[in-house]
Design a protein around this ligand. Structure first.
Ligand code: ATP
Ligand code: MG
Length: 583
């Protein structure tokens, strides 16, 4: 493509409303423009990158027997009501009405549509297993659209769905997909990690997220320093305490602990303030979190220096929705302000506690009276708990649930997700098949997503420098950026034209900077745009020499015209082997 005619609106200044480098670079280098919050136009360079990502994804999906389809974005309300997700999806779903006042969703995902389709068309075991996939635009009215393409409200996703006869079949489809994802992210040139993810109330490790390691990632990954355990912190298990540290009634008596005492704590709002005022450590405080689980109040007890894990709470309660109780709810239920709630003397409200609470002695907690707390509180002696469970977020100092070595933490961007659904959707929508004996059985499903547009930006987040983007070869918009230093120089210009034709004839994807800009401007733009290999036709071209520069390493080579193409081929091979650095 000739750059003089190309639609690549680069800009010098850093856009004010873009917080992360990858978003800034996509804007500055002329790849994307925002239409409204979380909604972007992909310009020619971006579209070329997206196509390359999609091609790799398609090849790997086809390789495991996936068949490409394209399903509607516009989906009738009734379909979503049949699975209960019209309500469960909540405000994340974009909804609209047609002229007959019928409600529709703009698809945030396609389990409903695909299950209904396969239900209607696949009736016998002979047609299973089946893997269908599509690459399509998804709509989610995200609470906080941000970071450009990383969290859009309209974005491109590859979603695949597997249909099997039984769990064993699903297991095969699942792992075939898992390995396809590994190949995809390797081919894309990303540094990534597959981590165990939350599976909701079902549990088990049949749900993995593929994370691009990056400091701007919104997910935290816990991984073991010794074995290969890695999990989203949402999911990362915290082992129960050693039995001898747990408070038992007989131990309590023997220790002759002092009696509980009520003390004034005027105006206290936080655990830190409470600890300071009472001369205690945060680990001596029992935090009280009131949640509404499907409308029912539950008091959740967490140690002061720990953080409640909402996902774990939701799973333990088997609830569809868990929300923080409002201040009014708390006042009505506990007759006090949120900062003074406590488990002592409470009846009729379920109390669940993190494991760590069972090891606490001489603790402090709210007295259900404004401006008062208890001290010298001992769980089991002073209050009973309905259920102890793992309810907190894993943190620094915790140990691996598999091998007990210390856990490490890092940030990640979720670029892919593989998920065993089982019969959740086939049951709700009646997707059955007849087995060899003519007995109707539910199809066993899996669901597998990749954020295509998110991947494009995640790749930049992982691979850039102060000057601009550094594309992995596999997804670069062009392979070679051919630059004529001085268009005014007739010799350089005609050599540039000749090389452009030559390189294209031998199959290279070339962006040819034939603009009559100063050389400095062209080089700056080239660094910004990030094409892996650069060929410069400059002064030395009169002596038959050209410069090749590798964007990633900065290495330059002076070569003759005969040496040019072979060296480019070698460099392409070397650059392709480079995987992005983790930051
Ligand atoms: P997140 O936790 O980031 O909100 P999710 O778990 O809700 O994502 P999935 O339903 O698993 O997302 O969707 C499959 C893939 O689609 C994700 O792995 C991610 O790469 C991509 N994706 C999801 N939401 C967005 C979004 N708002 N913008 C861009 N890509 C997205
Ligand atoms: Mg996900």
């Amino acid at each position: 493509m000739r750059q003089s005619q190309a639609f690549i609106p680069t800009m010098r200044e850093v856009p004010r409303d873009a917080d992360v480098v990858s978003h800034q670079l996509l804007l500055r280098a002329g790849y994307i423009r925002q239409l409204s919050s979380g909604v972007y136009s992909y310009l020619p360079l971006a579209y070329r990158v997206l196509n390359k990502i999609m091609r790799i994804v398609q090849e790997e999906m086809d390789a495991i027997g996936g068949q490409a389809v394209l399903l509607p974005a516009l989906q009738p309300q009734e379909l979503w009501q049949a699975t209960g997700r019209w309500d469960d999806y909540g405000p994340l779903m974009m909804k609209l009405k047609d002229r007959h006042e019928r409600l529709f969703a703009l698809g945030p995902t396609h389990e409903e549509v695909i299950t209904a389709l396969v239900r209607d068309e696949v009736k016998t075991y002979k047609r299973l297993p089946l893997i269908l996939y599509q690459i399509q635009t998804k709509y989610r009215d995200e609470y906080r659209p941000r970071f450009g393409l990383l969290r859009g409200r309209e974005f491109i996703m590859k979603d695949a769905y597997s249909f099997d006869r039984d769990e064993e079949g699903l297991d095969q489809s699942y792992w075939a997909m898992y390995h396809a994802y590994e190949r995809i992210f390797q081919r894309l040139g990303l540094s990534f990690r597959a981590v165990e993810a939350d599976s909701g109330a079902i549990g088990g490790s049949h749900n993995h997220e593929f994370m691009v390691l990056s400091s701007v990632g919104e997910d935290t990954i816990a991984y073991c320093s010794a074995c290969d355990y890695a999990a989203n912190v949402e999911r990362c298990e915290v082992s129960p305490p050693k039995p001898d540290t747990v408070i038992r009634d007989d131990v309590l008596d023997a220790e002759e602990l002092p009696p509980r005492k009520e003390v004034p704590t005027p105006g206290i709002r936080t655990v830190a303030e409470q600890a300071r005022m009472l001369g205690l450590k945060e680990a001596d405080i029992i935090k009280n979190v009131v949640v509404m689980a499907d409308g029912e109040p539950v008091l959740v007890l967490i140690r002061g220096d720990h953080q409640m894990n909402e996902v774990k709470v939701k799973n333990v309660l088997g609830a569809r929705q868990v929300e923080m109780a409002s201040e009014e709810d708390i006042r009505r239920l506990f007759q006090t302000s949120p900062g003074f709630v406590g488990p002592i003397g409470i009846t009729g409200i379920k109390i669940i506690a993190d494991w760590a609470i069972s090891t606490m002695r001489r603790a402090s907690t709210g007295a259900n009276r404004d401006d008062w707390h208890y001290i010298e509180v001992n769980p089991e002696r002073d209050f009973k708990v309905d259920l102890y469970a793992d309810l907190r977020v894993a943190m620094h100092g915790d140990r691996c649930p598999r091998c007990d070595a210390p856990l490490q933490f890092t940030q990640g961007i979720e670029v892919g997700h593989v998920f065993k659904l089982g019969s959740k959707y086939s049951r709700a929508l009646g997707a059955t098949y007849l087995d060899e004996e003519g007995i109707a059985r539910e199809m066993i499903m899996g669901s597998y997503g990749i954020g295509i547009s998110r991947v494009m930006q995640a790749a930049i987040e992982q691979s850039h420098d102060a000057e601009g983007i550094i594309w992995p070869m596999a997804i670069a918009p062009f392979e070679v950026h051919l630059i004529v230093a001085s268009e005014q120089d007739e010799g350089q210009r005609s050599l540039g034209e000749a090389l452009y034709a030559e390189l294209r004839d031998s199959g290279w994807e070339v962006l040819y900077d034939d603009r009559s800009e100063r050389a400095g401007v062209k080089f700056k733009d080239a660094d910004l745009i990030g094409i892996p290999l650069r060929v410069v036709v400059g002064k030395d071209s009169a002596q038959g020499l050209f410069e090749i520069k590798v964007r990633k390493t900065g290495q330059t080579y002076k070569v003759s015209r005969n040496e040019l193409e072979p060296l480019l081929r070698n460099l392409k091979h070397d650059v392709s082997a480079l995987v992005a650095d983790e930051d």
